[in-house]
Design a protein around this ligand. Structure first.
Ligand SMILES: [Mg+2]
Length: 438
């Protein structure tokens, strides 16, 4: 392969570009001059590519080390058994010999090697802008989706830095790290375009600031009805009492944000007057837990998350759910019961939209967790203040009003898809789930 020079035109050109090293103990002025000259001279990006095997990176680094080459940056990725290793080196007076050795060794290992001259200026990661993570989740994210995403990012001036698959085998989740030179306003426009395109193409999309805090969340709170469980408890109680038509209609309108939450709750609970406590409690015996909820919670607990359900529904179901899902906190409204029968009233302070948000803050404060480290998940309009109070608000299979206002939404699949939004891969999740829970 070393004889096949035409494959590496850049390599040949670059050999001539490498400068001689300045004298070791040059006077200060001469040193400054030589530094200036040096900054104008090319560094080299070396790309080694081919079938992956043990020891390829070690072999390349051994040569750099022997030549005392200055390694500035390095990245590698393996895709389906194919390795791409890139590294950036500083030019030295021995660069020709170094490149020759690298080329020979790569050929022996059956790898291709390419050398490109780059500007000497060191550019930090997204040095002139803000880094964002775009997470796409869907059933089959093919080339069409990646084309759509990359085209939208390009149209909005966002430069893609990294793409990785979060799902295990099928391409059901992708994370794209992109740099937005204009920051927040640009992100707002991009988010709107991404959400619209994803909606039309039937996948979920999230755009989040990429920084350490995205992956350092510590508290997650959930709404209960139609979020952690697949029903509205009050509608089921009404079904037992022969009032489901009236109650379910009010519930739907309240969750859509058409009615005042507290007034609508009091009206619905009033329609339950006379229902026996024993019958009401049967609702909690077999709560239909949302797909993926248990797996997601196990993973988050393993990562040290505190967890809570904050519900505008009722304590008898929320307490059962807390026990079943091993949640740390449960808050909900309490039905008034007298002589084993529902009175149609409620006890204590109503947990409405504003109280839900306040409870999130209270739990965070009690646990010593910063607001930006919290996540809230809900589906109804009454969850909006709670989602807004959280560091990350996720609308889950949500009503349009909440979906439009939330940071991000998951409208397809189970609750475990939330893990993708936190940058947790399916492999990492499987590793945690394979261990017995402590
Ligand atoms: Mg709900």
């Amino acid at each position: 392969m070393s004889e096949n020079r035409p494959l590496y035109p850049a390599f040949l050109e670059l050999r001539g570009k490498f400068p001689r090293r300045p004298p070791e103990k040059a006077p200060k002025a001469a040193m400054k001059r030589s530094m200036r000259e040096k900054s104008a001279q090319a560094r080299a990006v070396i790309t080694v590519h081919g079938p992956d095997d043990v020891g390829i990176t070690a072999a390349m680094m051994e040569i750099l080390s022997e030549h005392r080459a200055s390694l500035i940056d390095i990245e590698q990725v393996v895709l389906s058994g194919w390795l791409t290793l890139c590294f950036l080196i500083e030019p030295t007076d021995a660069s020709s010999a170094l490149l020759g050795d690298l080329e020979r060794r790569a050929a022996e290992l059956g790898m291709s090697l390419r050398v490109d001259a780059v500007e000497s200026r060191v550019r930090g990661v997204c040095a002139e802008g803000t880094r964002y993570a775009v997470t796409a989740i869907g059933e089959n994210l093919g080339a069409r989706t990646v084309h759509l995403l990359s085209q939208l990012l390009a149209e909005h001036g966002a430069n893609i830095e990294k793409i990785r698959r979060l799902s295990r085998s099928a391409l059901t989740s992708l994370e794209v790290l992109a740099c937005l030179p204009e920051g927040e306003e640009q992100a707002r426009r991009l988010r709107a375009a991404l959400v619209q395109a994803a909606g039309e193409a039937d996948f979920d999309i999230a755009l989040q600031r990429e920084r350490l805090t995205r992956r350092a969340k510590r508290l997650i709170v959930f709404d209960m009805d139609s979020t952690l469980i697949q029903m509205e408890c009050i509608d089921e109680l009404a079904r037992l009492h022969g009032a489901v038509d009236r109650v379910a209609d009010i519930t739907a309108r309240a969750m859509a944000g058409e009615l005042d939450f507290e007034a609508s709750l009091r009206e619905r609970v009033g329609l339950l007057k006379g229902l026996s406590e024993a019958r009401a409690l049967t609702i909690a015996d077999d709560l239909p837990i949302t797909e993926g909820a248990e797996e997601m919670l196990r993973v988050l607990r393993a990562l040290g998350f505190r967890t809570a359900v904050i519900s505008g529904g009722f304590t008898f179901a929320a307490e059962k759910l807390k026990e079943r899902l091993k949640l740390d906190y449960a808050y909900a409204n309490e039905l008034e019961i007298r002589d084993g029968v529902l009175t149609g009233g409620l006890v204590g302070e109503i947990i409405g939209p504003v109280r839900k948000a306040a409870l999130l803050r209270e739990i965070a404060e009690r646990e010593g967790i910063a607001p930006h480290q919290t996540i809230a998940v809900g589906d109804g309009a009454n969850d909006l203040p709670m989602l807004e109070a959280a560091g990350l608000g996720i609308a889950y299979h949500a009503k349009p009003k909440l979906k439009a206002a939330a940071d991000t939404s998951v409208s397809r699949g189970g609750l475990d898809r939330i893990l993708y939004l936190l940058g947790i891969t399916e492999d990492e999740r499987a590793e945690i789930l394979a261990e017995p829970e402590r």
